[in-house]
Write a protein that binds this ligand. Structure first.
Ligand code: ATP
Length: 570
């Protein structure tokens, strides 16, 4: 199994020790058989019994000890494997396109990577060693019975076909049912997260959990999936569990019959009955794990499916980039195959210049910046940085070359300092202070009771939109990459702060290639080049002055913008 790769020696040790443990566990049965045989033979010398009594204790204690050692090894292994898988999946997320990441909601990702993976602990830590050991030992005992008397051996196995029949009935459609249950649990988890996140809207519209239809439906489906599953297996499961261990139903009459006929010694009779009893206890234990094995198969398949998602196609070798102009050449792009969001886009954003992108909502402005940031691969046309096709750059180099500030600047639920250091781990306090001053956030951070050590809350919830934006800009100063993408970077600034943020941006863009998406046209009047996008196409291109003279789309946007500004002032 691929999931156990690299851990085989530990698994072998856990299984081996578990087998020894179960082996010791059956010693008491042999001892009791020997004691009864001695009693039947009227052996009255107590000294003859001591070794057997001693063996019962040793068998019992050693069985517990080896079981514990095996469990410690397998738990250690289980947590390591889960850790490995979490790291692997998290790494995978950074290598696939945002489109693939967005196929699952954040609730689904977190449910899979936290809860579902946690559920692997039990199968790995218990199932692998215990199932193998608890199947291996009964086989040895069954063979022993066969060697002692093959007829009792056959009687001992008679319940197995019946039990297997019931267990096959139980396992019929098990995978689909397990899948349905897991899907239902996933959907409920996602809606639960959505419900809690959207509680403000739900309250504002006077809705409750019971009137939030989506929530109600997923909770109901979860109950139905569990109940259907249980009802469909309850009979066969009980029948399997009860049938297989009922070996005495055949062993007792058969062995008594052979004893009466004189073809079996009393010693063999007693030993076979006890061994038969001893062999099915571990089998029941092994069978009780079958359900977990079926569940784990579903989890393994999901991990496999995620790992098979193709990575963003990128080059392997770090490229020597001589200039940082960004050029789109006939780029056509679609998130979903049916609808192009960008159509044959061509433009050049020069180094040391500010290129602004304007256009109606939904025209494709953010998509342009996201493609440069490397969130998706471009398959039609090319994006060049200098003379290098973006697809040929390793993703890591792409991320190093580009700083991206968007409207939603996510901050991790850590301190401000830790969030800043994400841009440069080894940044000194002087560098951090300088970056914060340039981004106009130094004073507000100093004003906080815990300063840089202030915890920003989940997603930065303890800070205002404008404060988060300024911290994001400070991160850009620290990162100091040659290409800067600003997607509505002044969106949250109030009129008073807008000029402050604008000054920060002016400092940031010095000696860099800057591409800025802007709704507030006043922020880009000095841009070297303004690109007007409409419905995924470039309809105009030039400086503010040139575009006004053109008297086209930009002029209309500008008139509408200045008019709204005048209304704001009034
Ligand atoms: N992840 C996505 N998956 C599918 N479609 C998307 C995705 N992101 C954006 N779109 C669609 O692509 C089109 C362009 O979106 P984009 O965000 O680039 O526009 P925009 O001009 O930046 O809009 P706005 O000014 O409102 O932010 C829209 O129709 C949008 O619905």
């Amino acid at each position: 199994m691929d999931i156990l790769k690299g851990h085989k020696s530990k698994i072998f040790a856990a299984v081996f020790i578990a087998i020894i443990g179960v082996g010791f566990g059956v010693i008491p049965y042999f001892s009791v058989a020997a004691i009864i045989n001695n009693l039947v033979a009227k052996n009255a010398n107590l000294n003859n019994y001591y070794p057997y009594i001693f063996a019962v204790f040793v068998g019992f204690l050693a069985s517990i000890l080896f079981h514990e050692i095996s469990t410690i090894i397998s738990h250690n292994l289980a947590y390591r494997i889960i850790e490995d898988k979490r790291k692997l999946l998290a790494d995978k997320l950074s290598k696939i396109s945002m489109g693939e990441v967005e196929r699952k909601s954040s609730g689904q990702w977190s449910q899979f990577m936290v809860e579902t993976l946690d559920k692997m602990e039990k199968p790995i830590a218990h199932v692998i060693p215990e199932v193998i050991a608890n199947i291996f030992i009964p086989i040895v005992l069954i063979i022993t019975i066969f060697i002692m008397d093959w007829r009792i051996g056959i009687a001992n196995l008679l319940t197995i076909p019946l039990g297997l029949l019931f267990s096959m009935l139980m396992m019929r459609g098990y995978e689909e049912k397990s899948k349905r249950y897991q899907e239902a649990a996933k959907a409920m988890n996602t809606t639960m997260v959505e419900y809690v996140n959207g509680i403000k809207v739900i309250k504002a519209f006077n809705k409750s959990a019971s009137s939030f239809g989506k929530f109600r439906k997923t909770v109901e489906e979860n109950k139905n999936a569990m109940l259907d599953w249980y009802l469909s297996v309850c009979f066969s499961m009980t029948a399997t569990m009860e049938t297989i261990p009922s070996t005495m139903v055949f062993v007792l009459p058969a062995s008594l019959y052979f004893f009466m006929k004189g073809s079996v010694e009393v010693g063999t009779l007693i030993t076979c009955i006890l061994l038969s009893y001893a062999s099915y206890k571990p089998l029941i234990k092994a069978m009780s794990h079958m359900e977990t094995i079926a569940n784990i198969k579903v989890v393994f398949e999901e991990i496999k499916k995620i790992m098979e998602i193709p990575n963003l196609k990128r080059g392997e070798e770090v490229r020597d980039i001589k200039s940082y102009d960004v050029e789109f050449k006939d780029v056509t792009f679609a998130y979903e195959e049916s609808k192009n969001v960008l159509n044959n886009i061509s433009f050049k954003a020069n180094e040391n210049e500010l290129t602004a992108i304007v256009g109606n909502s939904g025209s494709g402005k953010s998509t342009i910046t996201k493609l440069i940031a490397g969130f998706w691969n471009v398959s039609n046309g090319e994006i060049l940085i200098g003379k290098t096709n973006l697809n040929e750059l390793p993703l890591k180099q792409n991320m190093e070359l580009v700083s991206y500030v968007s409207q939603e600047n996510f901050l991790f639920n850590k301190t401000i300092l830790e969030n800043l250091k994400m841009a440069k781990e080894d940044a000194s306090m002087d560098e951090i202070k300088e970056a914060c001053e340039k981004a106009s956030c130094y004073n507000f951070i100093k004003g906080l009771p815990n300063g840089y050590e202030t915890i920003v809350g989940k997603g930065g919830a303890n800070l205002s939109g404008g404060e988060k934006q300024r911290i994001a800009i400070a991160r850009c100063f620290l990162k100091n990459s040659p290409i800067v993408l600003l997607d509505e970077a002044t969106a949250y600034s109030d009129p008073d702060n807008e000029s402050v943020i604008q000054q920060s941006i002016d400092k940031l863009i010095k000696d860099k290639t800057v591409i800025m998406v802007a709704h507030r046209l006043s922020t880009i009047v000095n841009a070297n080049k303004i690109i007007v996008v409409d419905n995924g196409e470039i309809v105009e291109e030039g400086s503010h002055k040139q575009l006004l003279e053109l008297n086209g789309r930009y002029k209309k946007m500008w008139d509408a913008y200045t008019e709204s500004k005048e209304i704001e002032v009034i």
